[in-house]
Write a protein that binds this ligand. Structure first.
Ligand code: PMP
Length: 360
């Protein structure tokens, strides 16, 4: 068996130890004679899996008791619709910060529900920076403020939680959740698709302050209704059981690694060395303003784009996979989530240096 270094943006690399454990438990989960995929979500074995996963996530992230944790289907994209439906009773404006492709998609869904106020946008700067907080035009009547802490495609990240006063702050953490400790109490809602730092695609984690579940709202489809799902322990309908189980294994693994403080230390070191290498080269370039560079997604371009094809082909041959940038922006992108070890980043840098030497 040979595993390669996988820099995919999502679905992304998963910890090998977790994959091995899932393999070992696949055919006979804890003496039940069946896999987790084959058992009722209401039976004792799965209920224990579900409860442990939630407890471990609460421990990892320090989620206070006045927050509900939901494990849902529908991806972060489903939540783009759920957010305005659950938080806006009708007619109220909703504040959105536009920092790239994913905030753009969130805005598009919210606009189907009600009026969206674009608080600030970095579009004119090619989405290569975060708009200065002093320029933001928050609407005093807004139901909430939404932002995308990490833009997976642009590789732009907020390194501080913005202060939006007493408005509920809603954060799409799909590509940054669990990469470092955060203060959950600063947020009204945190949501994330699983397929980067949590587990396989198919699970969506929603962390919502409980008072927001009581907000007046319009007609919300049952699967997107946070209150209904919270009242039913995320089991109003069949939850994504295998993904929930697998996420639980990833949470256990993270706790074993030393938790999010340890992950932050490793992630920052991985990102720093890759950006340092890129900045010291005239051959590669990262377009993002240094203070807004993502720890998780590092886009870079080659000085001569006719070398993109050979770069990707040779990288693949060297065991470095999925470095092609998003089809909307081109170039390259290395996604270096929790499960991508420092050794992989070292191998990438070594390859990039060697490629530069041969082609510059
Ligand atoms: N938000 C961000 C920041 C993302 O990176 C992605 C997926 N790449 C999404 C939302 C959409 O997630 P999903 O495909 O789970 O709907």
């Amino acid at each position: 068996m040979s595993r390669i270094w996988n820099f995919s943006a999502g679905p992304a690399a998963l910890p090998q130890a977790v994959l091995e454990r899932a393999r070992d438990e696949m055919l006979d989960f804890h003496g039940t004679g069946m896999s987790v995929m084959e058992m009722s979500h209401r039976g004792k074995p799965f209920m224990e899996v579900a409860e442990k996963a939630e407890a471990d996530l609460r421990k990892l992230m320090g989620i206070p008791d006045d927050y509900a944790v939901l494990f849902l289907q529908g991806g972060a994209t489903g939540q783009f619709s759920a957010i305005p439906m659950n938080l806006q009773p009708g007619g109220q404006p909703m504040d959105y910060i536009d920092t790239g492709a994913w905030s753009g998609k969130a805005i598009k869904e919210a606009q189907k529900v009600g009026p969206v106020n674009i608080v600030a946008s970095s579009q004119a700067e090619g989405y290569a920076s975060i708009p200065e907080r002093s320029t933001w035009k928050l609407d005093p009547n807004a139901a909430y403020v939404h932002y995308t802490p990490n833009e997976t495609i642009g590789g732009v990240e907020f390194h501080e939680v913005p202060d939006v006063g007493d408005k509920p702050l809603v954060a799409d953490m799909s590509s940054t959740i669990l990469s470092r400790p955060i203060d959950v109490s600063k947020f009204g809602v945190i949501y994330a698709g699983a397929q980067k730092n949590i587990g396989p695609a198919g699970v969506t984690v929603v962390i919502v302050r409980k008072d927001l579940l009581e907000r007046e709202k319009g007609q919300v489809p049952a699967v997107l209704d946070w209150k209904l799902q919270a009242d039913n322990d995320s089991m109003y309908n069949t939850p994504p059981t295998f993904g929930w189980y697998f996420a639980g294994l990833v949470f256990e693994w993270l706790l074993e690694q030393g938790g999010l403080e340890k992950m932050a230390e490793i992630n920052q070191r991985k990102a720093d060395k890759l950006y340092r290498f890129i900045d010291n080269s005239a051959f590669y370039r990262n377009p993002v303003e240094p203070s807004a560079r993502s720890w998780m997604n590092v886009p870079f371009i080659l000085a001569d784009d006719s070398l993109d094809g050979p770069f990707l082909k040779e990288a693949d041959a060297a065991g470095l996979s999925s470095l092609k940038g998003h089809r909307s922006v081109g170039g390259m992108r290395a996604s270096i989530y929790n499960a991508v070890p420092e050794e992989a980043v070292d191998a990438l840098i070594e390859f990039m240096a060697d490629f530069e030497e041969r082609h510059a």
